[in-house]
Design a protein around this ligand. Sequence first.
Ligand code: NAD
Ligand code: UFG
Length: 358
Amino acid sequence: MNILVTGGAGFIGSHTLIELYKAGHTAVVVDNLSNSNPVALQRVAEIIGVPEIPFYKVDIRDREGLEKVLAEHRCDACIHFAGLKAVGESVEKPWEYYENNIGGTLTLVDVMRRHGCKNIIFSSSATVYGDPAEIPITENCPKGQCTNPYGWTKSMLEQVLMDIQKADPEWNVVLLRYFNPVGAHASGRIGENPNGIPNNLMPYITQVAVGKRQELGVFGNDYPTPDGTGVRDYIHVVDLATAHVAALKVFSEQCSVLSEAGANQLNTKHLALNTTHIYNIGTGHGYSVLDMVKAFVRVNGVDVPYSIKPRRAGDIATCYCNPAKAKAELGWEAKYGIDDMVRDSWNWQRQNPEGYSE
Ligand code: NAD
Ligand code: UFG
């Protein structure tokens, strides 16, 4: 398939491009580079062994720009990563987050349908579960109250895409609810490159290890968890990338079901028709903040000084998933463990202490 990849220069997008090409797909990237660097795409091309990845510096809110891309490239599906993702910033700038993430997605989906491309994989998040009603979290767990505008953009966009799919069953919609992506490509050539002070745990740890920050603040050690620190389902970004390749199967199965059985019949041997497909993408294992720090120190042989700080507003104690649905329906499961995650995160940071800006 030829895939439109919005936000393809970013952390998860760049890793997904590699797995798409490895699986025999091709891609066209649209990114406004608001949180990424085009060097990432050059490195992706080197890793894949192609001269370049087709790239357009276009904002997904720019209808004419998107029209031009889709007029020049026939795309079978879109993997939609583009969006702003900083939780704290979204509290400061809610309008900007709703306008970029929701406005951008509405424009994207409209342009896609005008070009007959009605297959979309959307980057959602475990954040839509709020403080989850059950652990491990299955896809049947009710959605919850988000604690910030970023989370609400994900929750609202899920609803928008579900409603669009319901109204027009030619749409195939896959919502992937990511847990906590970490790690980097084994080459160390691409990885997570946050602007300024990192919000997320793993880039903070790697920046302490490389000497850019003095110590890690551990946000709370009085949660009801085994060691008192927050527990999350960390997933290697390469596993997350392969989940997108596996999810493309939904589109080919839908097409074959439609041609075999006729558009109005449901073939229960296959995935259900006329519904939005929702999957948790995690490992199913919960690790605490201190588990991550200890694994990082043990595997990489570097020191990570830390001190205990107050809880961070909006954080929950425990969040990990049951990923069985993705395994059963997509044949996907995470392959990498905590040691791979901390090794590859460090390999990237060590080789690129200033990210892509060197
Ligand atoms: P990222 O910031 O590295 O990548 C997002 C990309 O989208 C960037 O390259 C940015 O320049 C681009 N972008 C933003 N707004 C755009 C616009 N209006 N038009 C065109 N391009 C635009 O983030 P990431 O970690 O790779 O995340 C990818 C997606 O996954 C995001 O939608 C994010 O919300 C979601 N997600 C991320 C995490 C996480 O922890 N990293 C967790 C759950 C969900
Ligand atoms: N933490 C620290 N110190 C830090 C950073 C984080 O102790 O400097 C702790 C947090 O308190 C939490 C854990 O590390 O217990 C993970 O925090 P992250 O900020 O890395 O991740 P979150 O689980 O808070 O949120 C992430 C993404 C969200 C996404 C969510 C669910 O940032 O966008 O995962 O997928 F919605």
